[in-house]
Design a protein around this ligand. Structure first.
Ligand code: 13P
Length: 287
């Protein structure tokens, strides 16, 4: 059964650790993340961007696949299926399709419009028992073609959105999606501290988890970050392992072309990356 992310994030905030959101792209991705979470007895959030949802043949297909997999693999740790950076319409579709959590990313709207739309979706999610993430201030880098500039959120705006009753709040603190540039200035801990002071017990979300140094991750958790999103890093490790398999000519040996063999090193690489992150975030054994 899929669960709302509320309980796992409330516990994480109180226990000073973070739950990882790992984005999924296909069956192998989902299987690797779920098996690793179960092995480590960690709660987990599966993230699905609108682009990835479209790629996987729609949100209904994703919800059916994930629910069935949780059941068939006997996954007993808490699993939330979460829309990542959703539009207003996308969020509604995911709620219909059986997701247990959605993000409404209204950060590109003027704040009043972001508040209006977030408020409407909070009411729907509350009624259905789903968790909802909102965002203030755009986060840098590229996600499905949307480019931001590593912006930094206004703590007062964060408070206004937090007060709408969202479950968790994403706020730009100089973080960027994808690989970080050489000259990246690092996370803005002054802003994070100010946001946490204004929003209190609200679990804060750190997007762009790929490539943030371990000491910065730990400091962010100590300042109230309870959910960390990782996407690119699994893609990079999957691609590197698949490349190594093919470059070693293994697809040409015996039945090495069988997708169950060809995709196995990449799937294992995702397991390894997820394990490393769960250990760093402190969610191991917290299911
Ligand atoms: P990365 O791809 O940089 O890990 O970011 C993931 C993310 O924030 C998804 O919302």
């Amino acid at each position: 059964m899929l669960v709302s992310a509320k309980e796992m994030l409330t516990k994480a905030k109180a226990g000073h650790y973070a739950v990882g959101q790992f984005n999924i792209n296909n069956l192998e991705w989902t299987k690797s993340i779920l098996l690793t979470a179960q092995e480590l007895n960690s709660p987990v959030i599966l993230g699905v961007s609108e682009g990835a949802g479209k790629y996987m043949c729609g949100f209904k297909t994703v919800a059916a696949m994930v629910s069935a997999m949780v059941d068939e693999l006997n996954i007993t740790v808490p699993v939330a299926l979460h829309l990542d950076h959703g539009s207003y319409e996308g969020a509604k579709k995911c709620i219909e399709a059986g997701f247990s959590s959605v993000m409404f990313d209204g950060s590109h709207y003027p704040i009043e419009e972001n508040i209006e739309k977030t408020k409407e979706l909070v009411a729907i999610c509350n009624e259905k028992g789903l968790s909802i993430e909102a965002e203030v201030g755009s986060i840098g880098g590229e996600e499905d073609g949307v480019i931001g500039a590593g912006e930094v959120a206004d703590p007062d705006e964060c408070k206004r959105i937090a007060d709408l009753g969202v479950t968790m709040l994403a706020a730009g603190i100089g973080n960027i999606h994808g690989k970080y540039p050489e000259n990246w200035a690092g996370l803005r801990f002054d802003t994070l501290a100010a946001i946490q002071e204004k929003t209190g017990a609200m679990p804060l979300v750190l997007h762009g988890g790929t490539g943030i140094p371990a000491d910065m991750i730990k400091k962010a958790i100590s300042l109230g970050v309870s959910k960390i999103n990782v996407n690119t890093e699994c893609q990079l490790s999957f691609a590197a392992a698949t490349r190594a398999y093919i470059e070693a000519g293994k697809d040409l040996q015996g039945k090495g072309f069988d997708p169950r063999k060809l995709l196995a090193p990449g799937a294992q690489a995702i397991c390894d990356t997820v394990k490393e992150k769960m250990e760093l975030f402190g969610s191991v054994g917290k299911a």
